[in-house]
Write a protein that binds this ligand. Sequence first.
Ligand code: SF4
Ligand code: SF4
Length: 176
Amino acid sequence: MAERYSQNLAQIAALALARRDEFEVLMYRLQDDDDLDDARLDQQIEALAAPIVAAIDCTQCANCCRHLRVYLEPEDTQRLANGLSLSQEALEDYLERSQAQQAGEWASLRLVPCAFLRDSMCSIYPHRPNACRLYPQFTPDFRWVLGDLLEGARLCPIIYHVLDALSQQIDAWLRE
Ligand code: SF4
Ligand code: SF4
């Protein structure tokens, strides 16, 4: 039986590119709409995304780990240092800090693809940064994060399939 949600990355990239304008129209329709409030929309998107997230096996994909820069919250660096038994100084080998980041406390993992990726698996899974735990993030404020998700659709099968499902629901949602 054919899988319900394709995880073929080349196919997903091609479909996302071909449907880019269509998905952008979804975003404008949602942003122009005043009747469906943000909280209700977020609830509906989470319900739409749940079976897709459950069906897709991220351990067969890891495309986000190969292509996206991971930004770290301050608590991430402490958790990484503790989890990997590294001094803060040794941890710096894995981090990149731009001048702007040096002024604050934000850094990113230095390498893309991620240095902690091993054969499509995260080798530091219990200690991974918050951004990795949350990706792909649809809520809160789906209406306003949709612009970023449009970019992610070509990389991430979950995002692509959620946008595909949304395209089939939006008329009904905006009529309610
Ligand atoms: S830390 Fe783990 S989950 Fe995050 S990008 Fe690297 S390999 Fe992927
Ligand atoms: S979050 Fe998306 S890109 Fe990352 S591993 Fe899962 S399906 Fe692939």
